[in-house]
Design a protein. Structure first.
Length: 353
């Protein structure tokens, strides 16, 4: 029999719904929302599965950024540190620690910091005024509760953004659920991410909507195959997430008339899906691959897509450390490199006593 869920999770759910109701709808998912960096994958595993995943459950604490309901006992006492080397001078650092309490439940605490580098500042006459920095950051506190085959989790986030001393702040929340089959390697996850409100807009600007995202996905491993597959649908709150650049020139027909690009139903549906796969060679070595169709379509050039939308990764356990690496393609000119290292601190402290 499933016991009643703890009151704090109900309160958190109502909070998310309330904050989400304050977020107005926009026509496109990019360019018209603040704090869009919260939708970037923060770890090598998440990036290796295509950048979006709500159902891959293991000991990797960084997966709370995908779905807080993925918090589980295998993560207890583990510290994970992540680093992302994007294009140019853009860098991101992340730290996550998961711990369990007897009365309050299981918690995950995460801090992520994204730096866009330094920029030269000039006045109207073209005189240099020195350099300024641009950065964004977020503190996350996640909680989860499991009853039988079901887990429900929530994350509260305080996010900040700064451009040359001009700052903006936002309060957001995630609420997720997970079903784990009691006997088979089969999970289904659902999450509402980044529902919230901009507490303080930039000076001279109006409040902007948050990067709300509703995601549904499943992960499963066939019984006699060393493979685990993941299929995830994102931005389910809106069917049409296709953006057509009004400045992009189309091809010419036989009469020399420009062929205007059009939206198709198939493209609208395909952009919602991310596919990931894991080759489970052993408990100490896994290989990962992911494909994100939305990234593939939006980051392509006119004549080539390069590796945009594809990601390849590896997980290696050495002694007490878990090392993860992923290369994700974002553009024909290059991509991002993700590094994550994790260790169980509880076992380290027990040995030192």
């Amino acid at each position: 029999m499933i016991r009643p869920l703890r009151p704090r999770l109900f309160l958190l759910s109502f909070l998310v719904l309330g904050l989400g109701g304050l977020t107005p709808a926009v026509a496109q998912i990019g360019g018209q929302q603040a704090f869009s960096f919260l939708n970037l994958p923060t770890s090598a595993k998440l990036a290796g599965l295509g950048g979006v995943n709500v159902s891959s459950r293991d000991a990797d604490g960084t997966m709370l950024y995908g779905n807080p309901a993925l918090l589980n006992a295998d993560m207890d006492g583990r510290l994970a540190l992540g680093y992302v080397d994007y294009l140019a001078d853009i860098k991101q650092s992340t730290a996550v620690y998961v711990f369990n309490t007897k009365k309050a439940g299981r918690f995950g605490v995460g801090l992520t910091y994204l730096s866009y580098g330094n920029f030269e500042q000039f006045d109207a006459a073209g005189n240099s005024l020195g350099q300024f920095s641009v950065n964004e950051y977020a503190l996350s506190i996640a909680d989860s509760y499991t009853s039988g085959a079901f887990t429900i989790g929530g994350t509260l986030k305080l996010a900040g953004s700064g451009i040359a001393g001009n700052h903006s702040f936002a309060a957001l929340a995630d609420v997720g659920g997970l079903f784990k089959h009691p006997e088979q390697d089969f999970t289904v996850g659902l999450v509402v991410r980044n529902a919230g409100i901009q507490l303080k807009p930039y000076d001279g600007a109006d409040r902007e909507p948050m990067p709300l995202d509703v995601e549904l996905g499943t992960s499963f491993k066939p019984e006699h195959l060393p493979l685990r597959f993941s299929f995830t649908a994102h931005h389910l709150q809106r069917l049409d997430i296709v953006y057509l650049d009004p400045n992009q020139r189309g091809q010419l027909d036989e009469n020399g008339e420009e062929i205007k690009p059009k939206k198709s139903l198939g493209d609208k549906i395909a952009r919602h899906f991310v596919v990931g796969g894991e080759l489970l060679l052993s408990k100490n070595l896994n290989l990962r691959v992911g494909y994100n169709h939305l990234q593939r379509r939006e980051l392509r050039l006119e004549n080539t897509s390069g590796g945009a939308g594809f990601s390849f990764g590896v997980m290696l356990r050495v002694s007490q450390f878990q090392l993860d690496y992923t290369h994700a393609g974002y553009h024909a000119s290059g991509g991002a490199n993700y590094f994550t290292i994790a260790r169980n601190l509880d076992s380290l402290f027990k040995k030192s006593q």
